[in-house]
Ligand binder design. Structure first.
Ligand SMILES: Cc1ncc(C[n+]2csc(CCOP(=O)(O)OP(=O)(O)O)c2C)c(N)n1
Ligand SMILES: [Mg+2]
Length: 338
């Protein structure tokens, strides 16, 4: 099991950032707790992979990037979408399969997408979006902007060939991409140690001379610092970097996972370092907020989550007449010519 020493540089991070982190992480957690209940009630169907426990990554990332920087991720996508500014209403409606959802109700939990928020999905095939992340970043370089793309994937994706091919090209072409492995230590029921002898995943970057680092994913400060550094590197035109952010998911892989591959004690151990509790403690300790302020944030977040459920309930399903919209056919497929 991977462990990292907490690297905290709390000195230069101010009140506003801590308040932003607290509200965002609480929104992600309460949104997903509610989604879990709604799944049990069959209001949400299909798949549902919760991000609960990993919120410090979304928070630490968002304070370190700008709106025009793209994010692309796998199917555990609610937290990063909310962090990137996709409205909770649109996210909940998407989970319900309603037409007001961020993917017009056609994607569901695994396929959130929002062009205006530079959020490029939500991808279900493990590792398949890694080349797309590099492609988004390549497009920015090609257009001459200094925007960066952050490409997220799980520990299970790092043995996919697509990652290695992409790492190679990203270094060769100095693509402004930050690869982020959210190492929550399991790919479904398989621990990192059961799938490879290399458990310190950041070491994989060395094969491509890619700057790589392991980061404490239960600490917003550590994530913020590491992402800031990697993004600055990419903006300067110096190319790609790789961060292995070590984290933990408190819930099962998906809603149908009884999580028999790990002990209750292991889960409880991680909960002791809960990022929301850590940020709350800092807010109070540094007198950035009072107990009452913190309660107000909780109330505001709960109201936003309830409003999103109401919005999703009231929204219509896509109309049957739209069934064939947004599909494409390729006339010459499979590339026959006459
Ligand atoms: C190519 C491919 N193989 C297998 C699967 C089935 N599958 C879905 S999720 C998953 C585990 C991925 O784990 P990880 O990358 O660590 O992400 P996490 O769920 O921990 O966020 C697998 C094997 C898939 N979706 N795509
Ligand atoms: Mg994983």
């Amino acid at each position: 099991m991977s462990t990292v020493k907490a690297k905290k540089e709390t000195g230069k991070i101010g009140k506003e950032t801590y308040l932003q982190w607290y509200e965002l992480m609480l929104l992600i957690r309460r949104f997903e707790e509610r989604a879990g209940v709604l799944f049990g009630q069959q209001k949400i169907r299909g798949f549902l992979h919760l991000y609960i426990g990993q919120e410090a990554i979304a928070a630490g990332v968002i304070s370190a990037i700008r709106k025009e920087d793209g994010i692309i991720t796998a199917y555990r996508d609610h937290g990063l979408a909310l962090a990137k500014g996709v409205p909770a209403n649109e996210c909940m409606a998407e989970l319900f399969g309603k037409s007001t959802g961020c993917s017009k109700g056609r994607g569901g939990s695994m396929h959130f997408f929002s062009k205006e928020n530079y959020f490029f999905g939500g991808h279900a095939i493990v590792g398949a979006h890694i080349p797309l992340g590099a492609g988004i970043a390549f497009a920015e370089k090609y257009k001459g902007t200094d925007n960066v793309c952050l490409c997220f994937f799980g520990d299970g994706a790092v043995r996919q060939g697509a990652l290695h091919e992409t790492f190679n090209l990203a270094m060769l072409w100095k693509i402004p991409v930050v690869f982020v492995c959210e190492n929550n230590q399991y790919a479904m029921g398989t621990s990192v140690g059961r799938s490879s002898n290399v458990t310190a995943i950041h070491q994989l970057g060395a094969a491509y001379d890619m700057p790589s680092e392991q980061v404490d994913g239960m600490s917003c400060e550590a994530v913020h610092d590491a992402i800031s550094k990697a993004v600055a590197h990419a903006r300067k035109g110096e190319g790609a970097s790789f961060l292995e952010i070590v984290t933990y998911r408190y819930r099962g892989h998906s809603m149908s996972d009884p999580a028999k591959y790990r002990t209750r004690e292991e889960v409880e151990e991680y909960k002791k370092h809960d990022p929301i509790e850590q940020v709350k403690a800092t807010l109070l300790e540094k007198k950035f907020a009072t107990e009452k302020d913190v309660e107000e944030i909780e109330k505001k977040v709960m109201a936003a989550v309830e409003a999103s459920v109401e919005f999703a309930e009231q929204s219509p399903y896509p109309d049957a007449s739209e069934l064939y919209d947004y599909n494409y056919t390729q006339k010459d497929y499979p590339f026959l010519t006459d």
